[in-house]
Design a protein around this ligand. Structure first.
Ligand SMILES: [Zn+2]
Length: 323
């Protein structure tokens, strides 16, 4: 089909890029390898390794990851050499702070490129981690026997696994922030609903990651929909402080006290708009200035609002973690 299309449109497909890659799962290895594909009159070459959009693909998923990580380390090492022509400690060497900064902006992105999609497993992570550790120790002029954690503490650079997780989670966040009808978001929803926990899907790996980070499955669904625990409305400041039904009991007692106290000072709390109410609860200072409230009264109100917010927070925390 591609060949016909190419013929009709009058251009030529790049022959070195038109290749067959037999991706095999372990169980089905034999049956796949014997197939040949034709493009026009010629057989397409069946090969072991190809680069597509800067990402190496080889015939098995696991091999893919190993090859990719190795390639990344190779590229990162190359950029180190380009950056540090004069060596680490030559006569016009840079100071440590600059070097660490350069590592963060030039080398780390090369080292971690695309890893949020591959999500390397332990052995590959160790390779990456060793590369980072060794390089940073050289930059800091530390002997190899120094405890590994020192590097992270001194430079503020996170271990590789944490960096990969951050990248993966921000990718998920980007997907979640897309409009509801976008392909990526629909795909996320489908995968999360259909795939079971044993699946090797990227989304499931992310789900495990989130569970590790937050300890709750609801969080994952709430992240996608941003809906409050009460499942009625989007969770925002207004809903949390003034509306949420599931926090009503905690809220009402203290809010009543706040209303009475404010009334006594001549402020009709119930007649205020939502924004004004929130302003009174969150930060009384502008109101106190405008209405020239007595400091004693301000302290009194602030004690109550602080208690309200604290109690609401505790109640919400219990709900989120209790589920
Ligand atoms: Zn709610």
């Amino acid at each position: 089909m591609a060949y016909d299309y190419e013929y009709m449109e009058g251009y030529e497909l790049q022959p070195t890029k038109s290749v067959v890659l037999n991706i095999s799962h372990k169980q089905r290895k034999q049956e796949f390898n014997n197939q040949t594909f034709k493009m026009g009159p010629n057989d397409m070459p069946s090969i072991e390794k190809v680069t597509h959009l800067g990402i190496i693909r080889i015939t098995s998923l696991k091999g893919n990851m190993i090859a990719y990580v190795e390639e990344n380390i190779k590229k990162a090492r190359r950029s180190v050499y380009i950056l540090l022509v004069g060596g680490f400690h030559d006569h016009n060497g840079r100071d440590v702070e600059t070097m660490v900064y350069l590592y963060k902006i030039y080398i780390s992105p090369v080292l971690l490129y695309g890893l949020e999609l591959i999500l390397p497993t332990t052995s590959s992570l160790t390779l990456l981690e060793n590369f980072q550790k060794k390089l940073l120790k050289q930059i800091l002029s530390l002997p190899t026997c120094v405890a590994d954690i020192t590097v992270n503490i001194l430079t503020g650079i996170l271990p590789i696994e944490a960096q990969v997780h951050i990248r993966a989670l921000s990718l998920l966040n980007n997907i979640c922030n897309q409009p509801d009808d976008s392909v990526e978001k629909s795909l996320t929803k489908r995968q999360l609903l259909i795939k079971n926990d044993g699946s090797s899907s990227w989304f499931i790996a992310i789900k495990h990651m989130l569970r590790k980070a937050k300890g709750s499955e609801c969080t994952k669904m709430r992240l996608i929909r941003n809906v409050c625990q009460c499942a009625k409305e989007e969770e925002n400041i207004e809903h949390f402080i003034l509306k949420c039904e599931s926090l009503r009991i905690v809220r009402n007692a203290i809010l009543h006290e706040i209303t009475t106290t404010l009334n006594a000072m001549g402020i009709q709390f119930d007649e205020l708009s939502t924004n004004e109410k929130l302003q009174h609860i969150l930060d009384l200072t502008p109101v106190a200035k405008a209405k020239k409230l007595f400091p004693v009264n301000v302290v009194q109100i602030e004690r109550l609002t602080r208690r309200l917010l604290y109690q609401l927070h505790i109640a919400r925390y219990k709900m989120v973690c209790g589920q």
